[in-house]
Design a protein. Sequence first.
Length: 260
Amino acid sequence: MFIPRIIPVLLLKGKGLVKTIKFNKKTATYIGDPINAVRIFNDMEADELVFLDILASLENRSVSVETVKDIGDEAFMPFAVGGGIKTVDQIKELINAGAEKVVLNTSAIETPELITLASGLFGNQSIIVSIDVKKNRWGKYKIYSHCGSKETKLDPVEYARQVALLGAGEIMINSIDRDGTMEGYDLEIIQKLADAVSIPLIACGGASKLIDFNGAVKTGNASAVAAGSIFVFHGPRRAVLINYPTKEEMKEIFNDRQNK
């Protein structure tokens, strides 16, 4: 039975963790301290973590190296970091601080040659390109940069092919429309990108229940699944409670006979 990586995505804002809905930073819910979250995910044996600084690109800076060092000192699992990363020197600092991977978004759009340079220096397994998409009023998918604040003219499928050719090791596709809504993944865009590239695709945005992971993999053809709200909230009142599926729950999620 194939069990993909299940990856909590944790959003950094200042020194704390927050959770957004549709990338709205002004109404982000405070979740807690990132180091405490890491310790809990250690105990729950999470496959991998992704930390994204949601203000870094807007404030023209990179994710904090000190924060990454603190995370690296505690994390038992591999983790990736993103937010405002623009240079190979910054990537080197973050990897030396403990990150196994970096996530490029705005810089990959503005200076795509950084993908090739970084993958050549650090290995393509260390480079994730994140693609944030949103549907316009005519139902066409558009890519956004700067943490969802700036629309680009890029086509998601063609852009995914481009970054794969440039040397990205993985692509993370994140639906702005589904972010934090817990309405399920956007399987259409996941499948479009999965069919377009041969490198691993991480699906993100909208997971509301564990069985949604199965849909992203079996229907959307994603290689891995990522989520935020489902791992930090509990119940209809969205009480903060960090959680992660057990090994047995993972087997049930991806049991073909169980989910037919």
